[in-house]
Design a protein around this ligand. Structure first.
Ligand code: UDP
Length: 334
């Protein structure tokens, strides 16, 4: 059985669906701070918090896990700047508790959800694994610290791990009733689609004076189903390889904020209204991945390689999303 920490969240729920579809048994551990009970459809939900070591001990003592996939984290950049203690506590100290429970109970494989934010301001057009890691906010710093802990744990305890640094996770699997449902939404594509639905919120474009072809920021959008595939391949990889490893995951193509809005207009059939706003603090102009290593070493083959189908899948989810995904907006630390 595979334990998915954070399996009630956006990427974690897609992971559970992906593993279940391939005959794997899964269990989901989540504190439901930002996840959704309704997104846990493919295995038992264990309500627990990583900051509670006694609870983790009980969870690991009562079940036998072959591996852990770890998505539990607070993940809002701005919030991490305002509340760094909450971020280090949840993302770093919480992960240490999880690693300790794994060690106590002899669970030796971990796939860790990392982020392009470990790189900070990019120094090259395509970011590969040799790019310097210099996070510019506490969120990125917490993820890099965990990567460092995983390297030390490989050496000291023989923990096998893969850290997957996602660029911009996007899309949904509407046929399975799962998608991106953050109550406090800061991401571009959901905000564009909310504006397309006429939700009342005005879409703001944060800056058009960047050094990019149309002045707006360029990002590399990768479908959650392709991210789930990479985690599955990472589990297989760790069955044969020891050590701590890291891979960048993206499509290798950049799209500007304006291009995303224009494509969403084509997908939804009406132009999406927006207004220009000042730059958002901490946004690099361009973040695009080189995923060559993941393709060569893990055998990763993304299937969602163009923007319109990715946005279309997200659109079909947003248009028809279930009641559980909706709720009052709140932006508390998860
Ligand atoms: N963005 C925007 N309006 C929004 C949300 C995001 O203009 O309502 C921009 C943001 O400034 C960035 C890009 O869209 O340049 C992608 O932002 P997102 O938060 O989706 O992902 P990030 O790259 O920050 O992880």
């Amino acid at each position: 059985m595979i334990l998915i920490c954070g399996g009630a969240g956006y990427i974690g729920s897609h992971m559970a669906q992906w593993l279940h579809a391939r005959g794997q048994q899964v269990a989901v551990l989540d504190n439901l701070a930002t996840g959704h009970r309704g997104a846990v459809k493919w295995g038992e939900l264990i309500e627990a918090d990583l900051r509670d070591p006694a609870a983790l001990s009980r969870v690991f003592a009562s079940r036998r896990f072959d591996a852990v996939i770890h998505f539990c984290a607070s993940s809002l950049v701005g919030e991490s700047v305002a509340q760094p203690y909450a971020y280090y506590g949840n993302n770093v100290a919480g992960t240490l508790n999880l690693l300790e429970a794994m060690r106590e109970h002899g669970v030796e494989r971990l796939v860790f959800s990392s982020t392009a934010a470990v790189f900070g301001n990019p120094e090259s057009a395509l970011i590969d694994e040799s790019h310097p890691t210099m996070p510019i906010n506490p969120y990125g710093a917490t993820k890099l610290m965990v990567e460092r802990i995983l390297a030390d744990a490989a050496h000291a305890y023989g923990l096998r791990s893969v850290a997957l640094r996602y660029f911009n996770a996007a899309g949904a699997l509407p046929q399975h009733g799962i998608g991106e449902a953050h109550l406090c939404e800061t991401h571009l594509i959901p905000n564009v689609l909310r504006a397309a639905l006429g939700s009342g919120a005005t879409l703001k474009v944060f800056g058009d004076d960047y050094d990019t072809p149309d002045g707006t920021c360029v990002r590399d959008y990768v479908h959650v189903e392709d991210l789930a595939q990479a985690h599955g391949l990472a589990l297989d990889f760790l069955a044969r390889e020891a050590g701590a490893h890291a891979f960048n995951l993206g499509n290798g193509q950049g799209f500007s904020v304006r291009e995303v809005i224009a494509t969403a207009g084509e997908v939804t059939g009406t132009p999406v209204p927006f207004e220009m706003a000042p730059r958002r603090q901490g946004d690099p102009a361009r973040l695009v991945a080189s995923s060559r290593k993941a393709r060569e070493v893990l055998g990763w083959q993304p299937t969602w390689t163009t923007l319109a189908p990715i946005i279309d899948s997200a659109w079909r989810w947003h248009r028809d999303q279930p009641a559980w995904s909706l709720g009052p907006a709140h932006c508390g630390a998860g």
